[in-house]
Write a protein that binds this ligand. Structure first.
Ligand SMILES: [Zn+2]
Length: 333
């Protein structure tokens, strides 16, 4: 069974996985929108008359090529929306992040694309993904340049390991209060159970748009990694519904429950090849650890739990030296 896009996929899914926007772009163009394909994998659909009150929404998928669930979800949503194009109530940018990795069914070609959205790339500067990030940064700047103050960026992922909260999101702390409240409200509607407030950039796409382009940007983890064409889309029903209402400018529905909010207690950085971790890649996200527990060691540096309880998220001792090997979080609301 191949995970690469190919025959047998529903047409809408095949098209988005290959960043083939032809049919969707034409429907919006025929309806009078200003449509552009500024780079491979990127579609923008704008109102013909500029309107500062119109929200600008960037939806990105496939930044990690093996995270196919959001590609399927957005493919069906975009295809349906394009068939009633005048229902689109926002300026929209759709970004298919790592097309080459998607084609190969891989997470990335050379290195993690979602660590490249920063000026300092060190040893990663010459990688395939560094070049791709430059393309995405230019197109994203151009999209938000001159748009009104209501700016959203939903970067949709799926997690590579199980999680005590299968649907969760990372939100940069620097997003202004009002925009942050609207974003968190949307997340409740989307079935997001937990939010991690992040105080510092790890080079992610959504932190970049929040920090530099004034967007309410967030990295959303929607369930588990699956094979393109074989994802259980029922797990994305709430998220898909909430995204559809956002793009159509429809009022939010009552959230099932407000997401739990966590603060970042510490980031575990891999400083050298001597790095070792007491939790591994198989550890579930939001696994609790207790005060004094050793999280990781790196030569002289020992990372221990400082609060009565901290929960570990994204533990991965195999990241490159200089990158984040995990986050410890504490619940704040
Ligand atoms: Zn991802």
């Amino acid at each position: 069974m191949s995970s690469a896009p190919g025959t047998g996929l529903p047409e809408a899914v095949r098209a988005l996985a290959e960043a083939d926007f032809g049919a969707v772009a034409q429907r919006f163009r025929d309806a009078g929108f200003t449509v552009a394909l500024p780079a491979s994998g990127i579609l923008t659909v704008r109102s013909a008359e500029p309107d500062a009150n119109r929200a600008s929404v960037l939806v990105s998928v496939g930044v990690h090529g093996d995270e196919t669930g959001p590609i399927e979800m957005v493919a069906y949503l975009l295809d349906a929306l394009s068939r009633t194009p005048r229902a689109l109530a926002v300026d929209l940018m759709v970004c298919v992040g790592n097309i080459d990795a998607i084609r190969l069914g891989k997470r990335f070609i050379d290195a993690d694309l979602n660590r490249m959205f920063r000026a300092q790339r060190g040893a990663l500067a010459g990688t395939f993904e560094a070049g791709r990030a430059d393309v995405l940064i230019d197109a994203t700047r151009a999209f938000f340049d001159g748009s009104g103050p209501a700016r959203w960026h939903l970067d949709l992922h799926t997690a590579i390991r199980p999680s005590y909260y299968p649907m969760f999101a990372i939100v940069p702390e620097l997003i202004a209060d009002g925009a942050r409240e609207r974003l968190i409200g949307w997340m409740g509607e989307a079935g997001i159970e937990a939010i991690i407030m992040n105080p510092a950039s790890a080079g992610t796409y959504s932190y970049f748009t929040a920090e530099h382009l004034g967007a309410a940007g967030t990295t959303v983890e929607l369930g588990r990694v699956g094979t393109l064409g074989q994802n259980d889309l029922s797990q994305f029903a709430a998220a898909s519904g909430a995204l559809d209402r956002l793009l159509r400018g429809q009022p939010a529905q009552q959230a099932n429950a407000a997401p739990r909010v966590f603060a970042t207690a510490q980031s575990i950085m891999k400083l050298s090849d001597a790095f070792s971790m007491s939790v591994g890649r198989e550890t579930w996200n939001f696994t609790p650890m207790h005060k004094g527990d050793v999280i990781a060691q790196d030569g002289e540096t020992v990372y221990t739990v400082q609060h009565d309880e901290e929960l570990v998220v994204f533990p991965n001792p195999d990241v490159r030296v200089g990158l984040r090997a995990g986050i410890m979080v504490v619940r704040i609301s």
